[in-house]
Design a protein around this ligand. Structure first.
Ligand code: SAM
Ligand code: SF4
Length: 352
């Protein structure tokens, strides 16, 4: 369908997306470029599909950002190797286990272990950590530690990791190459395919508002998410960090990020889609708005206070307080939109 200015055509397109019919690239571009008046209709359609496919309850994943060392130099990220203003840390194994135990105490059933690409954490070290967390807390484990070798992925899975988050970041090979010096888009995609084939619940996703990004590239991002049949989709606004080469770029990206998220829900149906911390960072209501436009997951940050501010990917992150305080704040926020927390594991759900 070509997008005309006619309201009827736009409504047809939103209806087509809501009904689950396959959308062509032009349809997706059309949804991303909708006149502003139609945004509420798009978000409401995504909200209905979220309700029908994954229910009303919100699933939590507790994040531990255990190392801010990184060997990469991504132009957008405050953890990049060349950022000499950052005070680096690595949590000890015991600190990580103690934090996982706090997450377990709050009732949150899954932990996301996140870090820069840090080869200090050899295959053996990561496996030992996974085994200890499984044994001492029984939490479901998601890794978000960047690209590793196939052998590593296999070993991590054998040790007990269940999920892996590796955002493709952007579907544009050129932009990817520019933003991630020395990295190759095809390798990233190959890792994602391997993870999926190994049986990991696999997460991908992108940043919205990158310099040089167009609605066409965003449509390709959405097609990558669909083609990979990813189980989780992390979609967040790019936020410029002052100590990176992309310092100073404005980030008024709430509306377009929510559109990408809403279309992701419409085309992937039953995936787990977090209302990202980055959305909560650029707008006080960002998290709740995303939860009403297709999102069904929240990933609170349980990194100990002494390290949290040093995991400085981008400025303005706010999840402060003890694990209990964070959960109780979320519960209250969710109540304001009539939603509650589900303390289940939140595996990708099959339509009821
Ligand atoms: N190092 C691993 C990796 O890159 O996959 C995991 C940690 S990395 C900090 C986690 C995510 O942070 C990336 O996938 C990227 O999308 C996001 N990120 C990094 N810099 C960002 C920025 N300036 N604004 C928004 N998101 C950012
Ligand atoms: Fe490192 Fe990940 Fe940041 Fe890139 S995005 S610099 S790989 S932590």
């Amino acid at each position: 369908m070509s997008i005309s200015k006619s309201g009827a055509n736009i409504e047809n397109l939103i209806d087509k997306a809501e009904s689950g019919k396959d959308l062509r690239r032009e349809d997706i571009i059309g949804l991303l470029k909708l006149p502003a008046d139609f945004s509420p209709d798009l978000f409401a359609a995504a909200d209905r599909v979220r309700h029908e496919q994954v229910g009303d309850e919100i699933y939590l994943r507790g994040i531990i950002e255990f190392s801010n060392y990184c060997e990469r130099n991504c132009l957008y990220c405050g953890l990049r190797k060349s950022n000499s203003n950052l005070s680096r840390y690595r949590m000890t194994e015991d600190e990580i286990i103690a934090t996982a135990q706090q997450i377990k105490k709050t009732g949150v059933p899954t932990v996301v272990l996140q870090s820069g690409e840090d080869s200090f954490y050899s295959q053996d070290i990561v496996c030992r950590l996974i085994e200890r967390i499984r044994k001492e807390t029984d939490l479901i484990i998601t890794l978000s530690i960047g690209e590793r070798a196939l052998n590593d992925y296999k070993a991590f899975q054998q040790a007990g990791a269940n999920r892996y988050l590796l955002k493709h970041e952007t579907a544009s090979r050129e932009l990817y190459k520019y933003l991630r010096p020395g990295c190759d888009w095809e390798n990233r995609l190959q890792s994602l395919r391997l993870l999926k084939a190994l049986g990991f619940e696999t997460g991908t996703g992108n940043m919205v508002g990158l310099p040089g990004q167009t609605p066409e590239i965003l449509a390709d991002d959405l097609l990558v998410m669909k083609l990979l049949d990813a189980d989780m989709l992390g979609i967040g606004p790019f936020i410029a960090h002052p100590d990176t080469p992309l310092a100073g770029i404005e980030n008024d990206e709430l509306e377009i990020t929510m559109r990408v998220l809403a279309v992701a829900r419409l085309i992937t149906r039953n995936t787990n889609i977090p209302a990202t911390t980055a959305l909560a960072t650029i707008h006080p209501q960002g998290r709740l708005l995303a939860l009403q436009a297709g999102a069904n997951v929240v990933m609170p940050d349980f990194t100990p206070e002494i390290y949290k501010s040093r995991y400085d990917i981008y400025p303005g992150r706010k999840d402060v307080g003890s694990a209990e305080e964070i959960i109780s704040r979320l519960e209250k926020d969710f109540q304001t939109i009539g939603r509650t927390i589900n303390y289940g594991t939140g595996h990708r759900q099959i339509k009821k």
